[in-house]
Design a protein around this ligand. Structure first.
Ligand SMILES: C[S@@+](CC[C@H](N)C(=O)[O-])C[C@H]1O[C@@H](n2cnc3c(N)ncnc32)[C@H](O)[C@@H]1O
Length: 359
């Protein structure tokens, strides 16, 4: 497959996804509003009622089919990311370059046990997930560029905006990015805090190799990527003043999420903050129905369970204080209702470890 065909096909898929995000989503939403307005008891408050109203309609089935299969085609179709990169395997791996594994940039652990929740599903419909193939990090990076099609045009990157928020009102000399992927979430921290120590951990070796390669090319000296389970790290107690994660919580089963928060609490120094960006605040049953459908169609098994959990109660029970759960504008002026288009329910979930435990 030549570059031009690949680019044209991926551009077509992105345009189709934009149609899905705007026109088609808007039509499904209007169709539901109309049905709810005409029903005896007005707009219903349950996901089941929305499902009852929409699931058998051609419009919703088209919407759902397109969501599932545009994503499949993006990765595995004839002009998908996987076959394109497979044909260029050697040059793609060479482009990653040699990364120092002298503990400065990158630490791999080939004996790390990968949890079954992680290996059992091709997350995002990425064949083999983000961990099983040496090219998975590069493919994930390329795929992530078109996850939210309206975002790039609209302004400042979501990770940059999240970093603004996480760093607001504090000085940070030790930062841990849990589930750092290929380092997109870690980059704004190590760029903006050149005198601080920044660590990124992730289960996926191909992702952290790319993260480290990019950091090395940028000549950043204050960051290290480690292959590690964020729920069970080897950091000493109280070693970070800021622990972050972006788009990780919804990938964890509830029990693992519990362990994740315990670990964040353990490694935070007293007074330190944990700040997560994820998908949580869903304002009504329609958005909830759409979100749960997205989770099924994108192979995100734990998106639904996260949305149903009482996170505030959970964090408080673990000893966190100042719990904040706030909708997050992925770019200025764009929230879940923006332009009537489909958006992720971006949410910041933040909390602080008390100055003195138990106080
Ligand atoms: C959607 S990606 C987000 C990556 C990055 N934070 C970003 O915003 O670009 C979720 C990441 O969480 C990682 N992950 C999932 N479970 C994990 C765990 N228990 N420990 C460490 N990383 C984990 C995955 O490998 C993946 O790279």
């Amino acid at each position: 497959m030549d570059d031009r065909s690949f680019t044209a096909a991926q551009d077509f898929l992105l345009s189709a996804k934009t149609f899905w995000t705007t026109t088609l989503y808007g039509a499904v939403r209007d169709s539901y509003s109309e049905k709810a307005n005409h029903s005896q008891d007005g707009a219903s408050d349950s996901v089941e009622a929305v499902a009852e109203a929409l699931e058998d309609t051609t419009l919703y089935q088209f919407y759902a089919w397109l969501e599932r299969h545009l994503q499949r085609m993006k990765y595995a179709g004839r002009y998908g990311l996987v076959p394109y990169h497979e044909e260029r395997r050697r040059e793609m791996l060479e482009a990653l370059g040699h990364v120092d594994t002298d503990d400065r940039f990158l630490e791999l652990n080939e004996n790390l046990d990968l949890p079954a929740y992680y290996t059992g599903v091709d997350i995002h419909q990425h064949p083999g997930g983000v961990w099983s193939d040496a090219l998975a990090g590069v493919i994930y990076e390329r795929g992530a560029r078109t996850t939210t099609p309206l975002l790039d045009a609209a302004g400042k990157d979501v990770h940059e905006r999240f970093t603004d928020l996480a760093l607001a009102g504090g000085s940070h000399s030790n930062v841990l990015d849990m589930g750092c992927g290929f380092g997109k979430s870690t980059q704004p921290f190590f760029r903006r805090l050149p005198d601080s120590r920044i660590e990124g951990v992730d289960l996926a070796a191909p992702c952290i190799k790319l993260a480290a390669s990019l950091a090395q090319k940028a000549q950043s000296k204050n960051v290290r990527f480690r292959q590690m389970n964020a729920c069970n790290t080897d950091y000493a107690n109280e070693s970070f003043d800021l622990v972050t994660s972006t788009m990780v919580l919804h990938e964890l089963p509830p029990k693992t999420l519990d362990e994740f928060f315990d670990e964040a609490f353990r490694v935070l120094s007293p007074g330190g903050r944990m700040v997560n960006l994820d998908f949580y605040c869903l304002p009504d049953a329609f958005r909830r129905f759409i979100h749960y459908g997205h989770a099924r169609r994108n192979n995100e098994s734990y998106m639904g369970p996260l949305a149903e959990m009482d996170i505030s109660k959970l964090l408080t029970s673990k000893g966190f204080v100042d719990v904040e759960i706030l909708p997050f504008k992925e770019t200025e002026g764009v929230d879940i209702d923006a332009n009537g288009s489909w958006r992720f329910p971006w949410t910041v979930i933040a909390a602080r470890k008390p100055e003195r435990c138990g106080s």
